[in-house]
Design a protein around this ligand. Structure first.
Ligand SMILES: [Zn+2]
Length: 611
């Protein structure tokens, strides 16, 4: 391909709104242009790399027996009402009406569409397992699209959905997907951090996220310095840094003195209390009142819950309490992890209660809640609280605290759970090493959904005994645009992109010093020879100074550059200079051997990434 016949509008300047390298470089290298906020057009160079990422994903999906289909992007709203996500997806779901006034959705994901397809075709256990995928356009009405295609509104996702008669079959396919994902990212030249993740709004149990490190990442990852422990902060746990209940706490053999009420005038924050009582935040029991919605946990017999009624939000859904309040007690130096709290309560959502609710339930202004004598709500304690036997806590009255509080003596939690937010410096739950934090972006996610969608959407099949059964389900996504942008994030330098060979838009760029005469003839011949060897070559036939061409070659990041011209070409054994994009210096190769040399290097680099 000759550059003058393509459309590669490179830019000298960075676009004003670009913060991250991939956004900046995709624009400057002429790969991408913006149509509107969060909406981007891929130009020919960008699309070539995009298609290569797609191809790698497609090959790996095909290799594990997932079958490609092509459903529509616009999906009837009825399907989303069936699953309940018409409501729960909120404003990020783009809803449209057709001329008849019927509701439609521009797909942000496709559990509903695939479940509906399979529902209509599934009759026998013999059809299962079945794994289907698409590589298709999605739309999410992000509030703040940012960072180019890293977080656009319209994007392409590979999403696969699998249906199984039993857990073992789902587990096997889930594992195969995990291995396929690792191969996909390796082949793209991406270093990913696989982390166990929270399933969040997707529901179900068992999931793994594939993250790339990124300063602007949406996720906080907790990693271990000494082993390969990695978790999303939402799910991360850590080794106990307190004595287990019943164990003597070192240096405090004597039993704690009796609980005592103390005046703490004009003292509200933990910092102020520490100063006032000359003690440490680790000796406080911080108590926060939470409101939880759709709580599945059985609260019969729990304090303050006798009048709560259970209901079913949907015919097949489990019974839940619509609303319940809890007091969450945690050591004063720690923060409550609301994802863990929601999981412990089996609640759809949890949030700090309004001040008016806190005052009503504790009988005191905000800031004086404590677990002692609190009968209006169940007390949920973090594990750390159970080890506290001489603590300070609010006394359910203005300007009053208790001291010498012992958990188990002065109050008994209704439920004890791991509720703390793990942070850098905490200890690894696997090996005890120090944990540290990194920001990360999610590239892929695999989930065991279980029966969430197959139940709500009424999928069934007949088993070996002719009995009707509901299939179990998994779903597996990869953002194609985000994967491509992440390749650039990982592979660039001060001059531009440094493509891995597998996803480079072209393998080789031929740069004639001046595209005329013998130089032109040699360049054209080399381009033809490379083409016949299956090497993708771009020929810079522009009438530009060599410096401009070299800068653009570096900017577009094509892995191998061949310079044709000058006195090297003029000799009786004409030579050209071959240089890898990441290399400092090139090497001279005889023109007659150049195509073969380049071809072998291209194949070797692809083989290495694919191995
Ligand atoms: Zn560790």
């Amino acid at each position: 391909m000759k550059i003058t016949q393509s459309f590669i509008p490179t830019l000298r300047e960075d676009p004003g709104d670009a913060v991250i390298a991939s956004h900046r470089l995709m624009f400057r290298a002429g790969m991408l242009r913006k149509l509107a906020n969060g909406l981007f057009a891929y130009l020919p160079l960008g699309l070539r790399s995009f298609r290569k990422v797609e191809r790698i994903i497609r090959e790996e999906m095909d290799a594990i027996g997932s079958l490609e289909i092509k459903p529509t992007v616009v999906v009837p709203g009825e399907l989303w009402k069936e699953s309940g996500r018409w409501e729960s997806m909120g404003e990020s779901l783009l809803r449209v009406k057709n001329r008849l006034g019927n509701d439609f959705v521009v797909s942000p994901t496709a559990e509903e569409a695939f479940s509906a397809l399979v529902r209509d075709e599934l009759s026998s256990y013999r059809q299962l397992p079945l794994s289907l995928y698409q590589i298709n356009t999605k739309y999410r009405d992000e509030i703040r699209p940012r960072y180019g295609v890293m977080r656009g509104r319209e994007f392409v996702m590979k999403d696969a959905y699998s249906f199984h008669t039993n857990d073992a079959s789902l587990d096997a396919h889930y594992e195969a997907m995990g291995r396929a994902y690792r191969r996909i990212f390796k082949r793209c030249g991406l270093t990913v951090i696989p982390v166990r993740a929270d399933s969040g709004a997707m529901g179900g149990s068992g999931s793994e996220e594939f993250m790339v490190e990124s300063e602007i990442g949406d996720n906080t990852l907790i990693l271990c310095e000494s082993c390969d422990y990695a978790a999303n902060v939402e799910k991360a746990s850590c080794k106990a840094d307190y004595s287990a209940p019943g164990e003597a706490v070192s240096g405090e053999a004597a039993p704690a003195p009796a609980i005592e009420k103390i005046d703490t005038p004009a003292v509200r924050t933990i910092e102020e209390l520490c100063a006032f009582l000359k003690t440490d935040a680790k000796q406080f029991i911080k108590t926060l009142i939470y409101r939880a919605a759709n709580v599945e946990l059985d609260l019969s017999g729990a304090p303050g819950c006798s009048k709560l009624e259970r209901r079913r939000p949907a015919p097949d859904a489990p019974e839940v309490y619509g609303e319940a309040f809890f007091a969450v007690a945690i050591r004063g130096d720690l923060d409550v992890n609301e994802v863990k709290l929601a999981a412990a309560l089996k609640a759809a959502e949890v949030a700090l209660a309004q001040d008016s609710d806190v005052e009503r339930l504790t009988g005191a202004p905000v800031g004086f809640a404590g677990p002692v004598g609190l009968g209006s709500v169940p007390v949920i304690a973090d594990e750390t609280v159970t080890a506290l036997h001489d603590a300070v806590t609010g006394a359910l009255a203005k300007d009053l605290h208790y001291r010498h509080v012992a958990c188990g003596r002065d109050f008994t939690p209704w439920l004890v759970a791991d509720l703390r937010t793990v942070k850098a410096g905490d200890l690894c739950p696997v090996c005890g090493g120090a944990l540290y934090e990194k920001r990360g972006n999610e590239l892929g996610h695999i989930f065991k959904l279980g029966y969430k969608y197959t139940k709500s959407m009424g999928l069934s099949y007949l088993d070996e005994n002719g009995k009707s059964q509901i299939p179990t389900m998994g779903c597996y996504g990869i953002g194609v645009d985000r994967a491509l942008a992440s390749v650039i994030e990982e592979h660039h330098d001060g001059s531009g992109i440094v493509w891995p060979m597998t996803v480079a838009p072209y393998h080789v760029i031929i740069v004639p010093i001046k595209y005329e005469g013998a130089v032109k003839d040699a360049s054209d011949a080399l381009a033809g020879e490379l083409e016949s060897l299956g090497v993708e070559a771009l020929l810079d036939d522009r009438d530009e100074r060599p410096g401009v061409k070299f800068n653009d070659a570096d900017l577009t990041g094509i892995p191998l550059r061949v310079v044709v011209g000058g006195r090297e070409l003029a000799g009786d054994r004409p030579r050209v200079e071959i240089k890898g994009r990441a290399e400092e210096k090139g090497r001279l190769v005889e023109l007659s051997l150049a195509a073969k040399t380049l071809s072998l290097q291209v194949l070797a680099e692809i083989a290495l990434l694919n191995s």
